[in-house]
Design a binder for this molecule. Structure first.
Ligand code: URA
Length: 434
């Protein structure tokens, strides 16, 4: 078989065979096909698409580029959650301890922030001492001890994805439904879970900007999960405005602690609770959604979720005292307020711009290997629908460097609109796919 023939067949819009897809993935994994041919093939896939069968074969080949973890010796139905990426999207730190407190084991392999979106690993590392580079043995030990393991992708999990993702990132081939589906699902299938809840983001701050594209992605992800024997469902949630108020790693951890203490912003609570409820039902610790909801509410009210977070942090080397005293989290030395120039109702808060501004402050990265500053970020005080008077604070920038602050303020100039009338209420939970 020759790579050039596979590239030309896809370029001409033909469907590839399982053997051809396996050949390309094998060539990526072992370095036997040069990067320029892989890149050309990825562009052909982006432009021509893939059938459901091709996408399933691609995912399967990527899973088999590494190992599929066997978690059968850990009791219970193991359930993970994965988000396609958003701004202020911090639900993992809320739902993992809540689900575990209700009896669901949560093995969670997460990523780092890339582009304007944040990543769970960066948020966890804002907790002093927290270690995310667990080995597979440490992952199992953590699951046994606290019911949760929160870690980064290990070298054995879908190594083909690591190379393909890096190549897609620099060749304009990220926004392809089959490529995103295979990338996400190969890692999730390989981590050894029984069930998965997907949070597919839609809107200005998401990869998929329209509900139609988001639904297509959700259907593709759910189909792959089901074919691989992982019970998978997807919720499509709004990502036009940042979720919650905090954007930036330590600020987001503090906001998650607030929610587990029974406070926090309404939108963040709603999405976190919705996802946790689904995890409890899939994990068969709740008989139905109403039972799951009662359990989740009780885990917040009793402090069981908060206590579980304390134990997870302690078990992974972090300072558990941040839970009772969030001032122990890193804080930025300087603050800058963006105020409303007129009175009225906050119309929109552009999640894409707020995400990019927080990256400019140092909370995110342009390249995977760049360091992040855990302390910097943005607090969003003006949320869509809020009534504000002229001079009220809309955004609070937490920063270290004046040049970065100025660049972020310039980006944010058009991020928030204030109008005479309140915007119509927009649902947060837009759609679902079973
Ligand atoms: N997240 C992934 O892991 N892969 C993609 O392709 C997009 C988002």
């Amino acid at each position: 078989m020759r790579a050039i023939d596979v590239i030309m067949r896809k370029r001409d819009g033909e469907a590839l065979s399982r053997a051809e897809i396996g050949f390309m993935v094998d060539g990526v994994t072992h370095g036997s096909i040069p990067d320029y041919q892989i890149s050309a093939w990825l562009m052909a896939v982006l432009l021509r698409g893939m059938t459901t069968d091709e996408t399933a074969w691609l995912t399967d080949a990527m899973v088999h580029s590494g190992i599929r973890v066997d978690l059968s010796d850990i009791p219970g139905i193991k359930v993970d959650k994965h988000s396609t990426g958003g701004v202020g999207d911090k639900t993992s730190l809320i739902l993992a301890p809540l689900a575990a407190a209700c009896g669901v084991p949560v093995p969670m392999m997460s990523g780092r922030g890339l582009g304007h979106t944040g990543g769970t690993l960066d948020k966890l590392e804002a907790i002093p001492g927290f270690r995310v580079n667990l080995s597979l043995d440490e992952m199992k030990a953590a699951l046994r001890k606290t019911g949760v393991a929160m870690l980064g992708q290990t070298a054995q999990i879908a190594p083909a994805d690591k190379k393909l993702y890096a190549m897609r990132d620099v060749t304009g081939t990220v926004e392809s439904i089959p490529l995103i589906s295979a990338s996400i699902m190969s890692k999730k299938i390989a981590e050894g879970i029984d069930a998965l809840v997907l949070d597919v983001k839609t809107g200005r701050g998401a990869f998929m900007k329209t509900p139609e594209r988001s639904r297509q992605l959700a259907e593709s992800l759910v189909n792959i999960g089901r074919a691989a024997g992982v019970r998978t469902e997807a919720v499509i949630t709004a990502m036009d405005a940042p979720l919650g108020r905090a954007v930036g790693n330590a600020l987001e951890v503090a906001e998650c602690i607030d929610v587990l203490k029974g406070g926090g912003p309404r939108d963040l609570i709603e999405v976190s609770v919705e996802l946790t409820v689904r995890m409890l039902v899939l994990g068969r610790v709740a008989t139905d959604r109403a039972d799951a909801r009662r359990q989740v509410d009780a885990a917040i009210a009793s402090g069981a979720g908060l206590d579980r977070l304390r134990r997870i942090i302690e078990n992974q080397g972090g300072d558990p005292r941040v839970v009772d005293d969030p001032s122990r989290l890193p804080t930025a030395p300087e603050r800058h307020l963006v105020r409303a120039e007129r009175g009225g109702y906050v119309g929109s808060v552009d999640a894409g711009l707020v995400g990019r501004a927080s990256v400019v402050l140092g909370a995110g990265r342009d390249r995977v290997e760049d360091p992040v500053d855990p302390a910097v970020g943005i607090l969003v005080y003006g949320k869509p629908g809020d009534h504000v008077s002229a001079g009220d604070r809309l955004l609070e920038l937490h920063y270290r460097d004046t040049a970065r602050r100025d660049a972020a303020v310039a980006l944010l100039a058009g991020a928030i609109t204030v109008d005479d009338v309140a915007p119509p209420p927009a649902p947060l939970i837009v759609d679902e796919v079973h």
